[in-house]
Design a binder for this molecule. Sequence first.
Ligand code: NAD
Length: 336
Amino acid sequence: RKFGYAIVGLGSYATKQIMPAFAGCDHAKISALVSGTPAKLEQFGTEYGVPKTHRYSYETFDRIADNPDIDAVYIILPNSMHAEYSIRAARAGKHVMCEKPMAISVAECEAMIAASRTAGKKLMIGYRSRFEPHNQLAIELARGGHVGPTRIITAEHGFPIQPGQWRLDKPLSGGGSLMDIGIYSLNAVRYLTGEEPVDVMAIESTDRADPRFRTVEDRITFLLRFPSGIEATCVSSYSSAHNSYRVIGTQGWIDMEPATPYSGHAMRVRKDGKVTDRTLPPSPKTQFAGQLDHLAQAVLNGTPVIVPGEEGLADLRVIEAIYRSAREGRPVRLQA
Ligand code: NAD
């Protein structure tokens, strides 16, 4: 029997990326759907063969506790709803996969971790790049000192955001570009170093006259210092198009551009003056299917997940420090 997920929130990412990806899974399947829109439940229920008994609204959500076909719940809702539904899922006795950002505050992340722990269930965050071969190779090369010990990392993520969506409404998003896309720069420098930053410094640039940015930030640029002496310069933006990182060591660099797209990654390495294309052939298994199967296998085998709630919490700790640094106009020290 395959591991069954209940998909919570039938929006763009759920219906265009995650649900189609189950076709490439070896261990996981869609077993239930949760939506506030009956027409979507009907449409996607029919398309994915989910019977009416396995379709829920937000009001009937807690009844998932009585459905043994649901092993885990995958939360793909606006950011401020992640904590509530993750905690309700854990209380219903289910494992949880939750989209990034894990939640909108450190306190919420801690409550989610506590709820899953009390229930004796796993909590994993949807950091899909950790299941993508170029990013896996970059981690191996960077941490393995392929271009010498890492000294500097630059990471940039941004896109020009369209008006009229929950991402621009702070009560639902928890913040602007940093919560949504800049988190990829932050998460990448953390996985490329395997370290937690100790010093944070940030500046924000937001045109508050732009109707998109009434409640959330546009650009926020931040510097991180890591215990080994590595420094990272990271860009997060809702008004410019980039998706890249570069790991610079004493003998060269590892360059990924685009670094964290859905597909089409490209990688080059410069070592001792020679540039090599390290772009890999397309992988038979997508990063989405890899992520979905990972939780299934971790539960079946009783092994830990590589991106548990603690990883989401670690990002939120730094995000809160970045916002504080930008607000107060000074560096912020994080507890080692
Ligand atoms: P979306 O707006 O397309 O979908 C959100 C869904 O939540 C919609 O179906 C909407 O109906 C539902 N919803 C329920 N209550 C709502 C409310 N009060 N207000 C607004 N919508 C409500 O958004 P999305 O792009 O699918 O993003 C959903 C989550 O997935 C976010 O946390 C986002 O950060 C994450 N995401 C992750 C990736 C990734 O690559 N890992 C990509 C896109 C989105």
